[in-house]
Design a protein around this ligand. Structure first.
Ligand SMILES: Cc1ncc(COP(=O)(O)O)c(C=O)c1O
Length: 408
């Protein structure tokens, strides 16, 4: 019987406290928390000297290859609270037909078909640990699907709100996995307001991006995994499709923690936050030098996952991008669709539209000299392309009629 000891072995845990990302104010660990007193995200802090004494990076290679191998750097205290659907390490696939040195970290291989599994498996495990019975969250689709799946597994009730034009498959998979799902005539932040009100009216626990502290910790494992896969030498540049930005913020946090542990040096990848031209609040704030982004009115893009008009962690995204020497970049829907088509047709890798956005941005960056062809570049494809409507390019053949072989 195959057995994953990451899920069953008791390992020491090292959370020391939580901290407001804006003011640094401390909060007690092992308590249920939402946002900080000033309405900003809370970050989980660890006794990194303790982790250093307990875990050498070489030990990781011998553990089963899933995100629970990083347990000493994760918040779950008790092994019995781990929920899992098999969060295997995702491959880094080279795009051989693209110029330069570019890989896709293909997060579409995770349970529920997207990287949202990383954040939600952690948030739900912690909700279980802290005694939550009902969670609620707004979603553009993939996060709600992952929340529903893990909540079902953990025996937690889930109530999910999504914009009414959320990809159909997402809405249906959320319901299929046992959650109550509502389509709302608005955008994700409108859905977030309903969750905020329901929190008061119904006592739901709000699992919105960055409004609870643990989704970041799950997303952080993308950074840990990337470092391990690249032999503890991070790539030169990372292109990340940015909505709420949890993954970018999480990876940046992982890099700092790994440096404190002596696992990597001080060199960082340049972080490129990629948005769609029809919804680019982070790009606008980056270009005008602001630390906070104002709401993007009339947001529209086919890349539903990055249609986020306003992000509560805006300053964390912008701080990380600036500190890394990267940039925030916008691409058109036409460019992201063309890039995803090319990847599928030429490299056999079916990207989601948000993944297509990173490829389009990479192409622009190469053309304008932001990135050079010798550099190692990683693009994040955050969901399987199979979750999105695909154009029908099939042809028709009548098996009873004579076949014109020259035509086939
Ligand atoms: C496929 C996909 N890519 C990217 C994102 C954006 O992720 P983040 O909120 O971490 O910026 C999402 C979020 O819904 C998504 O579903």
């Amino acid at each position: 019987m195959p057995h994953d000891e990451n899920l069953t072995a008791d390992r020491p845990t090292f959370v020391s406290h939580l901290e407001c990302a804006m003011t640094g104010e401390r909060y007690e660990a092992d308590r249920l928390h939402g946002l900080s007193r000033v309405g900003r995200p809370l970050l989980v802090r660890y006794d990194l000297a303790g982790v250093r004494g307990a875990l050498a990076r070489e030990t990781l290679a011998a553990r089963p290859a899933d995100l629970w191998k990083y347990r000493e750097l994760l918040p779950v205290r008790h092994t019995r609270n781990i929920v899992s659907l098999g969060e295997s390490a995702t491959p880094i696939v080279p795009l051989d037909k693209e110029p330069g040195n570019v890989w896709v970290k293909d997060e579409g291989r995770l349970p529920t078909g997207s990287f949202k599994a990383r954040g939600l498996v952690m948030a739900i495990a912690m909700a279980k640990e802290l005694g939550v019975t009902t969670i609620a969250m707004p979603t553009n689709g993939n996060a709600g699907a992952a929340a529903a799946a893990y909540a079902a597994r953990a025996g937690i009730e889930a109530v999910i709100f999504c914009p009414d034009d959320t990809p159909e498959i997402n809405v249906r998979e959320i319901a299929a996995q046992g959650a109550r799902v509502y389509r709302v005539n608005g955008l994700i932040d409108d859905c977030g307001k309903i969750v905020g009100a329901g929190k008061e009216a119904r006592g739901w626990f709000d699992l919105s991006t960055l409004k609870e502290p643990y989704r970041i910790e799950g997303k952080k494992t993308m950074g840990l995994e990337l470092a391990e896969q690249f032999g503890w030498e991070l790539p030169d540049a990372i292109f990340y499709p940015t909505g709420g930005g949890t993954g970018l913020i999480g990876m940046w946090k992982a890099f700092d923690e790994m440096e404190a542990l002596g696992w990597i040096g001080s060199r960082r990848p340049r972080m490129y936050a990629v948005q769609a031209e029809g919804c680019a609040p982070i790009v606008r704030a980056f270009e005008t030098g602001e630390r906070h982004a104002t709401r993007w009115e009339g947001a529209h893009t086919v890349a539903a996952g990055i249609r986020v008009p306003q992000a509560v962690g805006d300053f964390l995204i912008l701080d990380a991008v600036r500190a890394s020497g990267g940039k925030a970049l916008a691409v058109s829907d036409a460019a992201l669709i063309a890039a995803a088509d090319d990847s599928a047709r030429r490299d056999g890798l079916l990207l989601c539209p948000e993944g297509g956005a990173t490829l389009a941005a990479y192409r622009d960056a190469l053309a304008t000299g932001l990135v050079d062809a010798e550099e190692k570049v990683v693009l994040f494809n955050c969901a399987t392309g199979l979750k999105y409507p695909l154009a029908d390019a099939s042809r028709w053949l009548d098996r009873h009629a004579p076949v014109d072989w020259a035509e086939l």
